[in-house]
Design a protein around this ligand. Sequence first.
Ligand SMILES: [Fe+2]
Ligand SMILES: [Fe+2]
Length: 574
Amino acid sequence: MKKKKSNTSQSNEELAVLKQKYADLKKKYQEKVRQVSLFKTLEYINSEGFRLDLFLDRIIDWVLGATQTESAALLMLDENEGRLEFMVAKGPSSEKLKGLSVQIDEGIAGKTLSTNQPYISQNVTQDSTWSPRIAEDLKYNTVNLLAVPLRIRGKAKGVIEIINKKSGDPFVKDDIKLMEGLSNEIALALENGRLLDSARYKAESFSKLARLSAILNSSLDHQTVRIRALESVVELMECETGSLYLIDEEKDELYFEVALGEKGKAVKEIRLKMGEGIAGWVAQKGESDLVPDTAEDPRWAKRVDQKSDFVTNNMITVPVKSKHKVIGVLQAINKLNGRKPNQADLKLMENLSDQVAIALENARLYEEQKEMFFETAEALATAIEKRDPYTGGHTRRVREFSLAIGRQLDLTDDLLELLEITAILHDIGKIGVDDAVLRKPGKLNDEEYEKMKLHTSYGYEILNHVKKLGPAIPGMRHHHERMDGKGYPLGLKGNEIPLLARIICVADTWDAMTSNRPYRKGLSDQIAYEELKENKNKQFDLKVINAFLRAYNNGEIISQQKEERIKAKKKLKK
Ligand SMILES: [Fe+2]
Ligand SMILES: [Fe+2]
């Protein structure tokens, strides 16, 4: 009996040992499984499509699964700002935490970081270290919490927090052990990931800057540069929309130079006082600003949203500075895919803004130069008209007629600009023609006509001295060529004659035919047009004549005689 009892007790003991061994093995096995699954997650870091935010997302999912808790968050130390930033947070209402930050010594996360030790709080409401600020904002009921430091080379660089066990149990030492093991693995992977991400970020920023610079340099037109600048910034910052404000120095106000989207027009009427709203604040201080949640910012000028029926959630606002002076403000609004803008976005936006400032300044200088250029050309043209008073207004009309024909021919803006300058200068060579010929009140004889013909060659010599006027030479030099090759100075034929010269030729001849001179009356519009048609493909290009007719029918071409009739009528009315 005794032996039997002893046998039973022995087998019970053996069973207990076996059970314990099984439990240990099971635990070890589960740990291994966890490790393998963690390693699989970490392996992702070496894959090509690595992105830090997605990686952190996976890590936190994994932590939630392994610890069976309701919420988890990972905070990283921003050494420049001296703050702990929520890189990722998961669980009820926690996603809103992403992008927020706490003081380096605030709450349990701050304590964990500064002591570089794990921290358990079994009941946060009784814990004086607990900072309820953020949890209250989220209306989330935190009961207990475990925080472990994320150590990189022994130093605490971040914190992982897990909150509320699903079972309702308190956190125990085993949880700390598990989390510390995890935290070491994560920290290492994170460091690698951050290096990779920052290298990629730098490369991406560089390529974005290069793209912006290429886009901005593709045009010098003021308006085009401004619109393109904003469109590119919105695209590169991955935002919903954006605005470009410029400063009205006289009124000390900001106005919307460009506002994208359907509601852009409504917004454009709004002006902000210096210092008003976030844009006004940035303009006044000359400093960049990041607003992760506009509703929380007392500076936010709501009337812009009210006017445009738009909801602004977050924005990055940076000053546009030229030679240390704020000339405008650039704003990127609502980061796409529900993401919040961060410090890296702000830095990128500042770099983009520098490019925009340079482009705006270049466009302004170019515009000024162009204006000066036109004024100089006009001054030259006026000088010839002063010598040849009978042709009053000829240059102006040839310029207007040529442009009207050019538009009908769908010339590009650049070509229209060249056409305009060429038309202004088309008779510049008349400066070199003798007064006796130029001012002769009547028909020229052969010898005089030969002298007059030289004006295209003189023009060529004059323009050849001014490098900037070089592109206007072909249109000016050949405006007396004929399609049949019987013109001057070179006797070019058909398409050998530059298009701008063929256009100016029609505009010039039409004006010469229809204008009154002291010694003869001009032809009527109808007869002059018949004359043009009569000479199609002999003197004139048919395509240009047709374009001329369309412009004439649109009322874009008004002969000198008609102009005078209109003037006379107006005088009578007065
Ligand atoms: Fe001429
Ligand atoms: Fe002319």
